[in-house]
Design a protein around this ligand. Structure first.
Ligand code: AMP
Ligand code: MG
Ligand code: MG
Length: 415
């Protein structure tokens, strides 16, 4: 274990552990068979799996890091759990969220008593994960994150990304997303895929991927997409004319329509697609924070349709109203494909003051050397990104867990 692990590494480690627990909870809900589907809004569902996984993740992380702000998709639940100190009531899905500064301490309703989130509702004991993932703690925190304090951090939780597909049986589209932002920048992320390997009996079901910008990524093998064609991924359940027009403008040879922002970024980093193009205001901060951090950690880029990176500070609106464009390379090329009239419809995101990524390169030296030895650059013979993040190091793509490369090209398997 790295001596005296930093706050960021402890949060990543706890997030890996709790994502495993949440993944079990999600699978159990399906096994029991009662999904408890609720319609939150138009084309926007919530199930018992979303609710239970959110309770598990937020309760566990909040217990371990009581002074860190945590926002989850199913916040209607957590808002009852956390004392609303100076916190106005608002619709978490509305695009016009009033500005508010999180209190220094998000107090528990019953801070000095036994863990109990809501007087009416006890969280089942097996929903509380207090463990840390030992593998994560073996790694040393990048220098630029070492002094990060509680108040610098916001954790964005999507307890179940791809709910529509979950209810329809496209289980391999489902992911659990825990993104960690520091002063508005997505810096670390955990993506858990509960039904990975569903089609390979005998192999462990599910996998966890994690990464920290400047340290590396773990839990998957990075692959390069084919050089002789253009493959674009986009939404399968939230599509409309503009979404399709933006995809078509990139002149794809193939379009892969799958569920979940997390799943689509997995397709990117595993070399199945070249770009994730979503000309819509429907994606939220909890959808993109973890995927953005992991994508960025391997040298990719996620921005709005103006090329601006998302801001994950506590006071930002939840919706990504500038659209989502994610690439492993050639970001500017795809950005330029987007027709002007679509760009005009999309808002310009407010960028967070960038962290000092020069420091990332200095502290990431050992990893960069290792990455070079592993010939990551040879495998990924793509041109450098032409964007603000092109100075970020290519990260270590070696997996620390016993996963097999995902050779399941059928990304639309209904279980
Ligand atoms: P999709 O690619 O359709 O799975 O969307 C990625 C994420 O954004 C999922 O968590 C969706 O729930 C969310 N999302 C995208 N568009 C919408 C929308 N129009 N309404 C509600 N949620 C959306
Ligand atoms: Mg989602
Ligand atoms: Mg969700």
């Amino acid at each position: 274990m790295a001596s005296n692990p930093s706050l960021v590494m402890r949060i990543v480690s706890a997030s890996v552990a709790v994502s495993n627990r949440a993944s079990n909870i999600i699978r159990n809900v399906l096994t029991k068979g009662d999904l408890g589907i609720v319609e939150k809004g138009k084309n926007d569902l919530q199930t018992e799996a979303d609710r239970s996984a959110q309770r598990c993740i937020v309760a566990s992380l909040h217990k371990q890091f009581p002074n860190v702000a945590i926002f989850g998709e199913e916040d209607e639940l957590t808002r009852r759990y956390l004392a609303p100190v100076n916190k106005p009531q608002y619709d978490s899905l509305s695009s016009s969220v009033p500005q508010w500064t999180p209190p220094k301490t998000l107090q528990l309703l019953d801070k000095n008593q036994n863990w109990q989130l809501d007087p009416q509702e006890k969280i089942p004991q097996d929903f509380i994960e207090q463990g840390f993932d030992a593998e994560v703690l073996k790694h040393t925190c990048p220098e630029y994150l070492k002094d990060t304090k509680d108040e610098d951090i916001v954790i964005w939780v999507d307890p179940l990304d791809g709910t529509a597909e979950f209810t329809q049986g496209f289980l391999d589209h489902v992911t659990v997303l825990i993104g960690i932002s520091v002063r508005g920048n997505a810096v670390a992320g955990v993506i858990h895929q509960p039904w990975y390997n569903f089609d390979k009996p005998g192999l462990p079901l599910g996998r966890c991927l994690w990464g920290v910008i400047g340290l590396g990524t773990y839990g998957f093998e990075r692959e390069t997409p084919p050089a002789d064609k253009v493959i674009i991924t986009t939404s399968r359940s939230h599509s409309d004319r503009m979404v399709t027009e933006a995809v078509e403008a990139c002149k794809p040879d193939e379009v892969v329509r799958v569920g979940g922002a997390g799943h689509k970024v997995l397709l990117l980093i595993e070399g199945k697609v070249h770009a994730y193009v979503f000309a819509s205001k429907g994606c939220k901060k909890w959808d993109t924070c973890a995927p953005e951090a992991i994508l960025h950690a391997v040298g990719g880029t996620l921005t709005d349709f103006h090329g601006i990176r998302m801001n994950y500070s506590a006071d930002v609106q939840r919706k990504n109203t500038g659209g989502v464009l994610a690439t492993v390379a050639d970001h500017a090329k795809f950005l330029n494909c987007i027709p002007e009239h679509i760009r005009d419809v999309m808002d310009k995101s407010s960028e967070a003051p960038p962290l000092d990524f020069k420091e990332v390169i200095v502290c990431g030296g050992a990893d960069l050397e290792k990455a070079k030895k592993n010939e990551v650059s040879e495998k990924t013979s793509s041109p450098p990104n032409q964007n603000a993040e092109s100075t970020a190091p290519k990260a270590d793509s070696k997996s620390t867990s016993a996963t097999v490369p995902n050779d399941n090209a059928n990304t639309n398997t209904k279980l």
